[in-house]
Ligand binder design. Structure first.
Ligand code: NAD
Length: 358
């Protein structure tokens, strides 16, 4: 097993260090290579995704990714901004399926912004298409100067597009995932306004014919956003496009208490993948030993399960995280009265100890 480790910027290196410590105590044989990505790579090599980093990622069985981005790069031209590294990796590794589970751990129901009874036992899976939609359409209009002025251009626009094969393959992924759960898929679109999403709805419905054992319903994205806070447990698998998935998965993340708890996986057709926490680089808390490393540690578990065929190691990590939460340890983002506040490093150490003792 060959693992690429890309810590990135902000809290990325801190949370990655804890995930790597967990990986090291698992008694599995692996090789790993660490490379710069994002702002750190731009600072060292003038590009957020240097050729050498891309090579490391391409030759690995799986990529463990921290986070990229920092406000100090906001004035760079778009192609050089840290976030472009993520888009470049998705494109190059053909990672079209993004899995974002939103699970509310029983110990954390009070950390949610919703009433505990609405989120207790919540377990939904958002399957977001990653390589199409407006993020990969044609941008028009360009900020031409570093201070952000559009130099008098009268408009800017981005085109939204999806091809039939792109929708078909993500729909298959969602129906297959649903088969392993409670066999319900909700497809989220904006078919009432956008042609692209009427096409999406029609193609998802066609693919559904292959999965008569799975129930399918369709929701407009505005209604889906509302239902997610009204009755989130009514959902099982949500499948949606790149932009709606981006927004809804952050909304779902907050239902579970903290974005610091949520892992994600982005897979290609061969199950090679990139695994990362759902959150960003959190520059506001970087370097303070307060970031929650659990989303990254749980991303490592997803990596072991999906790309490296080590389901037992994945279960060991997940059980260790549950045990640590049961013991009352909390980073600041999930802390509440009566629990013990710990830092990034201490949380990592507790998970390492729990993995070792399992
Ligand atoms: P963010 O997810 O970095 O932070 C949002 C809020 O959540 C902040 O208050 C932050 O302190 C908190 N937070 C995030 N992760 C946490 C953790 N592990 N533990 C505790 N608290 C945590 O989003 P943002 O502030 O909108 O963006 C910051 C930077 O991250 C930007 O440059 C953005 O472009 C980038 N970003 C990168 C990725 C990625 O690398 N995949 C994803 C989203 C945002």
């Amino acid at each position: 097993m060959n693992i690429a480790i890309l810590p990135g910027d902000g809290i990325g290196p801190e949370i990655m260090a804890e995930a790597v410590r967990v990986l090291e105590v698992l008694d599995i044989r692996y090789e790993s290579e660490t490379a710069l990505v994002g702002g750190a790579a731009y600072a060292a090599h003038g590009h957020p995704l240097p050729e050498a980093t891309l090579k490391v990622a391409q030759s690995a069985d799986a990529v463990l990714f921290g986070a990229v981005g920092d406000w100090k790069y906001d004035t760079l031209e778009r192609a050089l901004r840290p976030e472009q590294a993520i888009l470049g990796l998705r494109r190059n590794l053909q990672l079209f399926a993004n899995f974002r589970p939103a699970i509310c751990h029983p110990q954390l129901t009070h950390a949610s912004s919703l009433k505990p009874e609405l989120v207790a036992g919540l377990d939904i899976l958002i399957v977001r298409e990653l390589t199409g939609d407006i993020y990969f359409g044609q941008p028009r209009g360009r900020r031409v100067s570093p201070d952000g002025a559009f130099a008098g251009q009268p408009e800017a626009f981005d085109t939204m597009r999806y091809s039939r094969p792109e929708i078909e393959r993500i729909a298959h992924v969602a129906f297959q995932a649903a088969r392993k759960r409670s066999k319900r898929v909700t497809s989220v679109d904006k078919a009432n306004v956008l042609e692209t999403f009427q096409f999406w709805r029609d193609v998802v419905t066609e693919v559904h014919a292959d999965y008569p054992d799975v129930a399918l319903d369709h929701l407009y994205v505005d209604n889906a956003a509302m239902q997610l806070v009204k009755a989130p447990k009514a959902f099982d698998v949500i499948v949606t496009g790149n932009m709606f998935g981006d927004i809804l998965s952050d909304e779902a993340a907050m239902l579970t208490g903290s974005i610091g708890m949520l892992p994600s996986a982005s897979l290609n057709a061969e199950n090679r993948g990139l695994y990362e926490p759902s959150h960003g680089s959190a520059p506001d808390i970087a370097g303070k030993n307060i970031a929650n490393p659990l989303a990254t540690i749980l991303s490592l578990a997803m990596m072991l399960r999906f790309s490296l065929n080590q389901p037992e190691a994945a279960l060991r990590i997940e059980a260790a995280v549950t045990k640590v939460l049961e013991s009352g340890l909390r980073t600041s983002d999930i802390w509440s009265e009566g629990t013990q506040r710990v830092g990034t490093r201490e949380m990592g150490s507790a998970v390492v100890a729990a993995v070792k003792s399992a």
